[in-house]
Structures are given as C-alpha cells and as structure tokens.
Write a new protein. Structure first.
Length: 255
C-alpha cells in the first residue's frame, strides 16, 4: 500500500469519526433537551413514567379521587343532606377542597346549589358532612349531585388526624323532637379551632336501621385536653320511642 493511500485512509477515518461525533452529540443534546415530566417516558431521574425524581411524586401523580355519596332526608317541609366521603389514598390527605351540592327537580331544573370547603384525612372512610334544613321551592326532587373540586393534597405525615373522642352521649325523645347531649374530649396538646358535631337518629325496623332525623352543632376553640359539652335538638320524620331509637354522633376536627 502506498504512503499516499495510507494517508487518505487515515484522514478519511478521522473525518468520518468527526461526522459521527457531531451527529451523536446533536442527538444526545436534542434528546436531553426534550426530556420532561410530560413526555410519557421514563427518563431523566424519574422513578416511573413522568413521576418521581425531579417530577412530582408518583404517589401524587397516581392519586385517586375522593369517593362521595349523598342521602336526602325530608322532615317538616325541609330537606337535610347527609354526605359520606371516603379517601382511598393512604399516603395523602386533602387539607382543603370545595364541595358543591346540587339538588334538581324532577324536570331537571336546579332547585338549590350549596358550595363549601372541607377536608379529609389520609385513608379516612365514612367522613360525614351534614347540611341540615335546606329550604326547597318544590317537594318533587330527584337524586342530588355532589361535585368535589380543587383538593389540596398533602402527605400523611403533614396531615394527621387529631384524637377527638365523645362520651356520655344521651338521647331523649319528646313530641317528635330528639335532644342529643354529650361531651367532646380533645385528647391533644393543641387546641381545635372549629369542630362540627353531628347527630344522626335511626329507627330500628325489622333488624335494620332507618334514618329519621339529623342535625349538627358547631364547637369553637376547644382548648388542649378540654372536654366540651354539646347539645343538638332536631325533629324526626315519624314518631319514635326511646327503645327503637339509636344515635350516631360524628365529630370532624382539624388542627
């Protein structure tokens, strides 16, 4: 092989190597430049597809919505709504969200709409919200609608449920009015600014329970380790005696 041909081979190899390096560098640059938390690929330092690492936590990305159910109870010309919520997420709670209760007439027209804010702890089940004495313009209503929006999800270690207990709960019946009394005990070393105490009255019928009345009261500024008395008075949908009556008391409280 001549010296001239050898030089041509060497120079050609160097040239091809430079071209390959340019293409590889350009490919690597554009690949890394387009990698993001929204490209439907597991890249960067992600632990899953578009989550973990520098992206949002995978548990938050895969969070499940709050499950909700609503029951309406008619008593003395008004309606009370009993909202039951369940948070299927173990490692996240929502320290704030908006719920909107819509009630429609049989013709499909919206009769009333109520929007408020609430919260739910990680893995909390059967979280009861009571909306009592809703005045309606018609008695002809159909199944209500509940919409939950704007949940602010926070890790479980940052949103722990306080220890709140009830005791000495008693119920008395007189003239289709039920009076529920008892004590709410704050077992924490911090105060509770607001706590809704709800009472649900059930009538025993053939081995099951029928909801016949519901209401709530608000306790404010419960001090650390304080016991606070509560009293809730409300009408029931039908006559009942004490032996057929059972009461469920619910307490919501947040730090």
């Amino acid at each position: 092989m001549s010296r001239r041909l050898l030089k041509q081979i060497i120079y050609g190899s160097i040239f091809l190597g430079m071209i390959a390096g340019i293409f590889y560098g350009g490919f690597s640059f554009f690949s890394s430049a387009t990698a993001s938390c929204f490209d439907s690929k597991q890249n960067q330092n992600e632990e899953g597809i578009d989550c973990g690492g520098s992206c949002e936590p995978c548990a938050l990305k895969n969070i499940r919505p709050i499950a909700a159910d609503v029951e309406l109870l008619k008593v003395n010309g008004s309606v009370s709504a009993i909202i039951s919520l369940t948070n299927p997420n173990i490692v996240f709670g929502a320290d704030d969200f908006t719920y909107t209760l819509n009630i429609y007439g049989v013709d499909g027209a919206k009769v009333v709409s109520i929007s408020k804010n609430s919260f739910i702890y990680p893995a909390e089940t059967n979280r009861i919200i009571i909306e009592p004495n809703i005045k309606l313009s018609t008695d002809l209503i159909r199944k209500p609608e509940l919409i939950i929006t704007d949940p602010n999800w926070v890790p479980a270690e940052q949103f722990k449920r306080p220890v709140i207990q009830t005791r000495q709960v008693k119920a008395e019946v007189a003239n289709q009015l039920i009076t529920v009394t008892g004590l709410v005990s704050n077992r924490e070393s911090f105060g509770i600014p607001r706590s809704n105490v709800g009472a649900l009255a059930f009538k025993a019928i053939s081995g099951s329970r029928q909801l016949i009345g519901v209401s709530k009261t608000l306790l404010q500024d419960i001090r650390p380790f304080e016991e606070r008395a509560f009293k809730i008075v409300f009408p029931v949908a039908e006559p009942i005696t004490s032996k057929d009556l059972s009461i469920d008391v619910t307490v919501d409280a947040r730090r």
